[in-house]
Design a binder for this molecule. Structure first.
Ligand SMILES: Cc1cc2nc3c(=O)[nH]c(=O)nc-3n(C[C@H](O)[C@H](O)[C@H](O)COP(=O)(O)OP(=O)(O)OC[C@H]3O[C@@H](n4cnc5c(N)ncnc54)[C@H](O)[C@@H]3O)c2cc1C
Length: 385
């Protein structure tokens, strides 16, 4: 891997960094405390092409690549973790999945709108009794004439309260186990859908999340993604791509913790000198630097491989694990360096600490990533098949 980013990628980082500081930073604390979803900022990100980096021009994208997308998501999350969610909800989730598996009709109908954020997306895998064990989902979609009748309940769905479409996974033939799962694009305005926001949550307060209930919801047969029975395969492929967006966000949060910790270690004086002069603070800063840089290299490697069309589930899981753990370790160390001020809302580290937690949970928990990594290492189940 080339360790130097190209001039183009450095320019892309600068555009994203400038955007985040200009458009997100001024109101970040106010927005977060108000649990305010900033649709206007999402629209501005779309105008800059942020949700089109992995999408060909034919469908409104700019084809700059996964690494470019990761760098942008990282810089956005470095300022506000909640605002990196739209990368997955529009591009890495629904748009890319339709691009890879959908019919020409689905591609034309939905991808350009997801790229320019005329429509907002979400993806719905998790259910009240189904988290890591995706195959245990209960949602069903039974074919009746030109429609599927979709019933079931999805929970913890990011963007559900604001989404126009959802990429939904359900069983079309439960008897065939995972071979009976299918994927659909469901318009959220369809009759039979109700959404309940989840407002009481630890962090990412500006990122709406909710429960979606489908009660005999009619989904046009044309909205099946791929073939009947392809759902599990599509879901695993989608998770590889959405993990990329998520882990880029994790390094953004980890970097934000490091930025804040360095500033505070130089500014806060105790015993007549900046606390950064104490070796124990230096130890924590050094650990944070290593965490951030190691995770970033792993994330960039995975995005780089994905840009070359390499199946890299293993490398994605390694990077996702490293990034989620780095975000949490850096948030924990930043809190220690800030002492009581870390515990207050006067500085942003309390927000980083709350937001970091989701990176160990979403898109497959840290344990799930370790299962993929270790099973591959032990030769039990190859990840990059
Ligand atoms: C903020 C937020 C946003 C989310 N957004 C979405 C979304 O947009 N769409 C969506 O579909 N879902 C979403 N989710 C759900 C998320 O994907 C799940 O929470 C995640 O997959 C874990 O499932 P679970 O919470 O049910 O935990 P469980 O699967 O019940 O796991 C509980 C614990 O057991 C561990 N565990 C489970 N199985 C094993 C095993 N075999 N070996 C070892 N340990 C194991 C887990 O690692 C975890 O520590 C979101 C969740 C959050 C918190």
């Amino acid at each position: 891997m080339n360790f130097d980013l190209s001039e183009e990628l450095n320019d892309i980082r600068k555009v994203a960094r400038d955007f985040a500081l200009r458009e997100i930073q001024p109101t970040v604390d106010e927005d977060d405390r108000a649990h305010r979803f900033r649709r206007d900022i999402v629209d501005k990100m779309a105008e800059l092409g942020f949700f089109g980096t992995a999408i060909p021009e034919e469908y409104g994208g700019n084809n700059m690549g996964f690494l470019a997308g990761a760098i942008i998501a990282e810089e956005i999350a470095r300022v506000h973790s909640s605002m990196r969610l739209p990368f997955n909800m529009n591009m890495n989730g629904p748009a890319l999945t339709i691009l890879k598996f959908g019919s020409r009709e689905l591609k034309n109908k939905y991808i350009p709108g997801l790229v320019d954020a005329r429509i907002l997306g979400c993806f719905a895998i998790t259910e009240p009794d189904t988290g890591s064990d995706v195959a245990s989902m209960k949602a069903k979609a039974i074919r009746e004439g030109e429609h599927y009748v979709l019933s079931g309940s999805k929970i913890w769905i990011s963007n559900a309260p604001v989404a126009d479409i959802a990429l939904v996974y359900a069983y079309t033939d439960p008897g065939r186990k995972v071979k009976g799962m299918s994927a659909f694009i469901v318009e959220m305005s369809s009759p039979g859908i109700s959404v309940e926001p989840i407002t009481e949550k630890l962090g990412t307060w500006s990122a709406p999340v909710g429960t979606i209930t489908f009660e005999n919801c009619l989904v046009p047969a044309a909205n099946l993604v791929g073939e009947e029975g392809d759902g599990f395969k599509i879901c695993m492929s989608q998770l590889d791509d959405t993990r990329l967006g998520c882990m880029a966000g994790g390094i953004g949060v980890a970097q934000a913790c490091l930025d804040a910790a360095i500033a505070y270690a130089n500014e806060r004086h105790q015993f007549g000198q900046p606390i950064g002069k104490f070796q124990m603070i230096q130890d924590m800063i050094a650990q944070m630097v290593v965490e951030v840089e190691a995770a970033r290299l792993l994330v960039y490697r995975a995005a780089f491989l994905r840009d070359r069309g390499v199946v890299c589930t293993r490398e994605i899981s390694i990077a996702k694990y490293a990034s989620g753990e780095a975000a949490n370790k850096c948030a924990d160390l930043a809190m220690k360096i800030y002492g009581a001020y870390g515990y207050s809302e006067e500085y942003p580290v309390a927000r980083y600490y709350r937001d970091a937690k989701s990176y160990q949970i979403v898109e497959g928990t840290s344990n799930v990533q370790k299962i993929i990594i270790s099973n591959d290492a032990l030769g039990y189940r190859r990840a990059n098949r």
